[in-house]
Structure formats: structure tokens, C-alpha cells
Design a protein around this ligand. Structure first.
Ligand SMILES: N[C@@H](CCOP(=O)(O)O)C(=O)O
Length: 477
């Protein structure tokens, strides 16, 4: 399997190449050249399998003829050994037509662990094979950072540098990152928003001499390996609900568009997904694009669902690539328009095509609170604010499409444990969610973090100083 850039000007790479590159050298995102396809029989054959067995079958075709394939089984076994539920991603019914897919049973209590634990191990093994070092960069609005730090801490060949927007993540999210004392972990609290963090990370990648000197790679969902590992739980949940014979819809809390794009990938692979619903908070650049055809990210608004406090969703570029039938000229035109004017304009045909599969909604702070309270009253379940935004969006989708009588199950991706957002959950329900032991075990006392202005050169200097790859240090065998 080969991987091509959405902008068509970077060399195509193997899976291992795309894994280690993160962002393509032309600023684009890597995509597989073709979609592997699963027959109805192959999908039906996933029923009753363990999560790891499904993961192996779903991911394998993306690694065909790649050195990473030999590592896959062992990596999956190690990655999911630390999850606290035997099903890895248990599915719970909350109303006759709504299911919650719990994606927070990993070490940092958020869905990011499902891919990050796999990506870190694949990367580590690839670097050991090649005898090299890497500097892993990540921008986080709350959850990616903790997951990346947990997955990469203590790895010999890798330094990890995470940028979070100062004062805009919850205390638990921050401490999950900053109390890790491994010397290969570096935290930057950036004086800005998540979009500023992500813009600096992308600028670092686009600075090719620096990128090569520091052996930069990325672990945000711009890295294709993150997406592919996230397609697995669409398969496990859809099959549990009757796929391939019964279609399933999904509602996904959306920030950087990676998780919902993984659902699109599963659909392209043959999984009968009927609708993919984009759930956002007040950062509503995607619902506005659906309403107007114009994607125009504005200033990030701080909300009680901080992981989605994002306006510029990186993976929207992957969707545009698909929407324009992989016409790289058109992608470049759209991305140049976005960069030069701050907005991107879809044609009526492109917008219609988008709406055939996707719906998009924005949920206010009040609705989020009410949803957390209502779900608790009716089911006794404490939901985190991101999941609550998704539940609100799923109900809006049902109303918008007048689907009161649909028999298609709607699965809500529950992306984080309520324990990461105790203040918000307590405000809505009067109850403080209990902290799981694995969270308590990981929160240290002393915080280590450097505050920096949102200035490219200052951040580049900090990373150069802390990257062992940049100092030419050898890896001990
Ligand atoms: N929501 C994320 C932001 C980055 O998303 P990613 O999936 O591209 O890593 C977070 O919580 O950090």
C-alpha cells in the first residue's frame, strides 16, 4: 500500500514512511492510494472476535508489504493490555435507539489512547529498525497531549514535545501532561489557542531544514497511522449492532476531524454506515460550512468541552481531497484560498456531496449542561461534556431529518471519561465523578512545563534545545 499527499507534490511513501513523516513535505496530509474493501462475508466474520483480532484484520490491509506489518500483532497486544475493560471499547445502550461507545478505558481516559498506544509502539520499533532518533511533536486542546506523553514517555529514541494552550485545558488534563517526570517529555504552555499551537506545529514541519535536523514527526491526527487505528472501533461497534446486514449511524465529538474521518474511512472500506454526524460546541466552523458552503474558521471560543475548542480542523483537508475525487489541483486551490483569505468556498456540488453522508451541529453551553443532567437523571450515567455535545447533536440530527421512526441505531462516540471534567459534571448533576485508580496513579505532584509566547522562533529554539535528535546523540542499543 502506498500513501499519497493531499497536495500531490510530496513523494508517495510506504506506511512506515507516512508514519515517521507525520505531515507530508508539501504541507498536505497522507492518504492511502486506494481503499481496501471488506466484503459482507468478511465483515460478518468479525462478529464475536476480540478487539485485538478485529484490529489486526482491519489494519492489516493498510500495512501490506510494509516492514511494520511484522510488528502489528505484538504491538496490538501490548497496546491494549493496559485497558481496563475486556471489550476495550464497550458499547452501552442508553435509549431504544441510542448507544454509547465508551472509548475512554485506556491509560489517560480518552479515545486518543486507542490509537496513540499503537502509533508510539510502531514508531519506536520503526526507529529502532532504522537506528534513528525522532522528535515527536503534538498540539493538544486537552486529550491528545496526555495520551501522547503516556505512550511515548521513557522511549529511548524519541523526545516528545507537546504544546497546549495556556489556561485552556482542565486542571486534570494539564496535570496528566505536566506531572510526568521522564526526561524525554517536554511541555509547552503556549500563550494562545489550540489553533495557534497547531499552526506553529505545522510551521515547524514546513521548515524543511529544521524538520530534517530534528527528525520531526507528528502524532496529531494529521498522522495517517492515528486515523487507521481509530477505524477499528467503528467495525467492532457496527458488527455488534448487526452490520453488515443492518446499517449504523455515528455521532462524533469533533475538533480536528480525525475521529469522524476514521468513520468515513470505515465506510469506504465497506462498513454500512448511514450517517456521520459532526458534533461541535460553540466552535462551529463546520456546521457553518454546512449551512453556507463556506468554511471560515474564526477565533477559538473557550468552552466546557475544551478538547473541541478548535476552529481549524486539520483533517477537513482529507475530506476535501475525497470530495473533489482526489483532484490535487482543486485541493491546493481550496487550501490556498483558506490560507490567503481565511476561508474556503465549496461549489454547490461539493456541498451536496458532503451532506449526503455528513450532518453537522453546534451545541451551546446550556444545552451541554442540560444534556449531562438529563442523561444522569434518566440513566444514572455521568457523561463528560464532549459526549454530551454529541448526544445533543444526535438528537438534532434526528429532528432535522425527521427520523423519529428510523430503525438505524445511532452510536455516540463517548470520547472521554467524566472524571476528567469534574467541575462541569458536578455543576450539571451535583455529583463529582469518581477518579479511576489508573488516573490517580498517573497524576504526580510536581509540574514541569515551560510557558512560551505564540511565536514561531521562540518555540523552534526551545525544541532545538531539547531535541536529542538535533544534537546528534546516538541511541544506546
Ligand atoms: N482534540 C484534540 C486536539 C488534537 O486532535 P488530534 O486528534 O488531531 O490529535 C486534543 O484533545 O488534544
Amino acid at each position: 500500500m502506498k500513501y499519497v499527499s493531499t497536495r500531490g507534490e510530496a513523494p508517495s511513501l510506504s506506511f512506515e514512511g507516512a508514519l515517521l513523516a507525520g505531515l507530508a513535505r508539501d504541507g498536505g496530509l497522507y492518504m492511502p492510494e486506494t481503499w481496501p474493501h471488506f466484503s459482507e462475508k468478511e465483515i460478518a466474520g468479525l462478529a464475536g472476535l476480540d478487539y485485538i483480532d478485529v484490529a489486526e484484520r482491519v489494519i492489516r490491509p493498510f500495512l501490506e508489504d510494509d516492514p511494520c506489518l511484522d510488528d502489528l500483532r505484538e504491538v496490538l497486544e501490548e497496546a491494549y493490555a493496559g485497558f481496563d475493560h475486556p471489550a476495550v471499547t464497550p458499547l452501552k445502550q442508553i435509549t431504544p435507539k441510542l448507544w454509547i461507545l465508551e472509548l475512554f478505558h485506556g491509560p489517560t481516559l480518552a479515545f486518543k489512547d486507542l490509537a496513540m498506544q499503537v502509533v508510539a509502539r510502531l514508531m519506536d520499533r520503526a526507529l529502532i529498525r532504522k537506528g534513528g532518533r525522532a522528535t515527536v511533536l503534538g498540539a493538544t486542546s486537552g486529550d491528545t497531549g496526555a495520551a501522547a506523553i503516556d505512550a511515548f514517555r521513557g522511549r529511548k529514541a524519541i523526545d516528545v514535545v507537546i504544546l497546549h494552550p495556556k489556561g485552556r485545558v482542565t486542571e486534570i488534563q494539564r496535570r496528566q501532561m505536566t506531572t510526568v517526570d521522564d526526561p524525554n517529555v517536554h511541555n509547552i504552555a503556549l500563550e494562545g489557542t489550540f489553533d495557534d499551537c497547531q499552526a506553529i506545529v505545522k510551521a515547524l514541519f514546513n521548515d524543511l531544514p529544521l524538520r530534517d535536523r530534528l527528525h520531526l514527526t507528528g502524532v496529531n491526527s494529521i498522522n495517517w497511522a492515528r486515523i487507521v487505528a481509530q477505524t477499528v472501533y467503528y467495525f467492532t461497534s457496527a458488527v455488534a449492532l448487526g452490520a453488515p446486514w443492518r446499517p449504523v449511524s455515528y455521532t462524533v465529538p469533533t475538533g480536528n476531524f480525525g475521529d469522524i474521518f476514521a468513520g468515513y474511512v470505515a465506510q469506504q472500506m465497506g462498513l454500512p454506515i448511514q450517517r456521520l454526524v459532526i458534533a461541535t460546541n460553540a466552535n462551529d466552523s463546520l456546521p457553518r460550512a454546512f449551512a453556507t458552503g463556506i468554511y471560515e474558521p474564526k477565533t477559538v471560543i473557550a468552552t466546557s468541552s475544551p478538547s473541541m475548542d478548535i476552529q481549524l480542523a486539520s483533517n477537513f483537508e482529507r475530506l476535501m481531497f475525497e470530495l473533489v475525487d482526489r483532484n490535487v489541483g482543486r485541493v491546493k486551490e481550496l487550501m490556498t484560498e483558506l490560507q490567503d483569505t481565511g476561508k474556503l468556498t465549496m461549489t454547490p456540488d461539493e456541498l451536496t456531496k458532503l451532506k449526503e453522508v455528513f450532518g453537522a451541529y453546534s451545541i451551546s453551553e446550556e444545552e451541554t449542561q442540560e444534556t449531562i443532567a438529563r442523561v444522569y437523571r434518566k440513566t444514572g450515567v455521568l457523561t463528560d461534556p464532549h459526549t454530551a455535545v454529541a448526544i445533543g447533536s444526535a438528537l438534532d440530527e434526528r429532528r432535522a431529518l425527521d427520523q423519529g421512526n428510523t430503525t438505524t441505531p445511532m452510536v455516540i462516540l463517548s470520547t472521554a471519561d467524566a472524571a476528567k471534567f469534574p467541575e462541569t459534571v458536578e455543576r450539571a448533576t451535583g455529583r463529582v465523578p469518581e477518579q479511576p485508580q489508573r488516573l490517580k496513579d498517573r497524576l504526580g505532584e510536581t509540574e514541569r512545563c515551560t510557558s512560551l509566547p505564540a511565536d514561531y522562533q521562540t518555540v523552534a529554539d526551545f525544541i532545538s534545545k531539547h531535541s536529542r535528535a538535533g544534537q546528534g546523540e546516538e541511541v544506546d542499543a
